[in-house]
Design a protein around this ligand. Structure first.
Ligand SMILES: [Zn+2]
Length: 232
């Protein structure tokens, strides 16, 4: 059996909180031996379309998007063809289904505002795929996601949630065949791997993200807390 690694959660400069050019993502993904990637920019598929256009290698490109719901929750759409309009869970869900895409609940247990808590029981019952390993989650947040998925017989995928090229591939999904990727996910014939990135890396990326989205307050607050910590 072949082991084809795909990073199914990557942000490019088409996201409001990432600076990474598509060319850099393509080059780095190929360099570290990934077989494919999904570009999942916030609320747009432009990055994925651009990656498809620019890609000259055998790297498989999946067009995706991480869509923000009305209530602040997030859904990951994979294998998209058209832009998804933001809205409620079911408005987004229906649009992804219409274009034969896959619906994934990303980082369900990440820190205070848990994505899973944004969904009602009924909405949650429509989710069949969970991001069980996300490189920006802590190991315990990932463990909770994996346990939840196993308990509810859901399919688990992995993705890095990279907002910087250096973390691409740190979490991934493993396919056994390059054909019918969607089918392999739907049938649960995939596995996953990777790990949480370290704190230093997370801090650097946190600052980058907030710079890009011009959220300077967050950076100042963060540095202020760091200084206080040192004075203690
Ligand atoms: Zn993301």
């Amino acid at each position: 059996m072949n082991h084809l690694k795909f990073d199914l959660h990557i942000h490019s400069e088409y996201s409001s909180d990432s600076f990474v050019p598509i060319k850099k993502i393509l080059k780095f993904s190929k360099k570290i031996g990934l077989s494919g990637i999904a570009i999942t920019d916030h609320n747009t598929i432009k990055g994925g379309l651009e990656a498809k256009k620019l890609n000259k290698s055998d790297l498989v490109i999946i067009i995706g998007s991480e869509i923000t719901l009305n209530n602040g929750g997030e859904l990951l759409g994979l294998f998209l063809q058209r832009e998804i309009k933001q809205g409620s869970f079911f408005e987004v869900y229906d649009q992804i289904k219409e274009q034969d895409g896959l619906i994934v609940l990303p980082h369900p247990f990440r820190h205070l505002k848990k994505n899973i808590d944004k969904l009602t029981k009924n909405e949650l019952s429509h989710v069949k795929i969970i991001e069980g390993i996300n490189a920006f989650n802590s190991p315990s947040e990932n463990n909770q996601a994996i346990q939840y998925a196993e308990k509810n017989s859901l399919t688990i995928i992995g993705g890095s949630d990279s907002h910087h090229y250096s973390t691409i591939g740190s979490a991934y999904t493993v396919f056994s065949d390059i054909d019918d990727l969607k089918k392999q996910i739907l049938e649960g014939k995939i596995s996953y791997g990777g790990k949480s990135i370290n704190k230093k890396e997370r801090t650097r990326i946190f600052i980058n993200r907030n710079l890009k989205s011009k959220n300077y307050k967050q950076i100042i607050r963060y540095n202020y807390e760091k200084i206080l910590e040192r004075l203690r």
